[in-house]
Design a protein around this ligand. Structure first.
Ligand SMILES: CC(C)(COP(=O)(O)OP(=O)(O)OC[C@H]1O[C@@H](n2cnc3c(N)ncnc32)[C@H](O)[C@@H]1OP(=O)(O)O)[C@@H](O)C(=O)NCCC(=O)NCCS
Length: 200
């Protein structure tokens, strides 16, 4: 299928190689099984707070860099993460990760989550998700929901490790909304939306 909407271009999407530290695009990345031998590293404290107008350019850059766009297909909509409230994680003084969200019925919907590759596997994504869950509890919401794509095995792993359960597979949803077929993680075609939830 021909790529026609520039907003949905997948590159440069960046993960960090757990072995050599190199930054990789989605289609270059590979999955590996390892044991739990990695020691816990002492890393600088991560501060998570609501993003201000001053944080917006850095937050946009984080999403744009990881997803290649600021538009996300989720829950039958094309959502612009630029228009959503966001949490930002700061290490030292640098924005190291961001989580965009909205309210969706009785749930807080995590619309996008991205950690700067430099800070991946440092707890940043986990702290952002915990803060989003705290926010949902404060708002008396029943659930946190998130949509990811069929190729995104790291995200499916990440969320299930944190207690999220699969609720739906929306076959072909990404292709229908973007009119494109992109190569995702490890070159796997990005086709379907996979929804997960955590009951609070
Ligand atoms: C998915 C993603 C957000 C995860 O973010 P992250 O900041 O790397 O997540 P965390 O650091 O909290 O957790 C990752 C791993 O690092 C480990 N880790 C965290 N702090 C650590 C430390 N101090 N020492 C050693 N390991 C540590 C965690 O235990 C976890 O591993 P485990 O689940 O096997 O136990 C990130 O990979 C990303 O930005 N991906 C691209 C965008 C994306 O796919 N977003 C989600 C789609 S909605």
């Amino acid at each position: 299928m021909k790529m026609s909407i520039p907003d949905f271009g997948a590159k440069p999407a960046v993960l960090r190689c757990a072995r050599c530290g190199k930054f990789v695009d989605w289609d270059e990345a590979r999955l590996q099984t390892v044991c739990a031998c990695r020691p816990h590293l002492e890393l600088p404290p991560v501060l998570v707070r609501e993003a201000t107008d001053l944080d917006r350019p850095a937050v946009r850059e984080l999403f744009h860099r990881d997803f290649g766009r600021t538009k996300i297909v989720a829950f039958d909509e094309v959502l612009d993460v630029d228009a959503m409230p966001a949490l930002v994680a700061v290490v030292h003084t640098d924005p190291s990760g961001a989580l965009a969200y909205r309210l969706l019925g009785d749930a807080l919907h995590i619309v996008a989550l991205a950690t700067d590759p430099m800070w991946q596997r440092s707890g940043v994504g986990g702290y952002l998700v915990v803060e989003a869950e705290l926010l949902a509890r404060r708002l008396n919401l029943a659930r946190v929901v998130v949509g990811t794509t069929n190729d995104n095995l790291p995200a499916l792993y990440f969320y299930q490790r944190r207690g999220y359960r699969l609720t739906a597979v929306v076959a072909n949803s990404v292709v229908v909304h973007t009119h494109q077929q992109l190569a995702g993680f490890a070159g796997i075609p990005v086709r379907d939306e996979i929804r997960l939830e955590k009951l609070l």
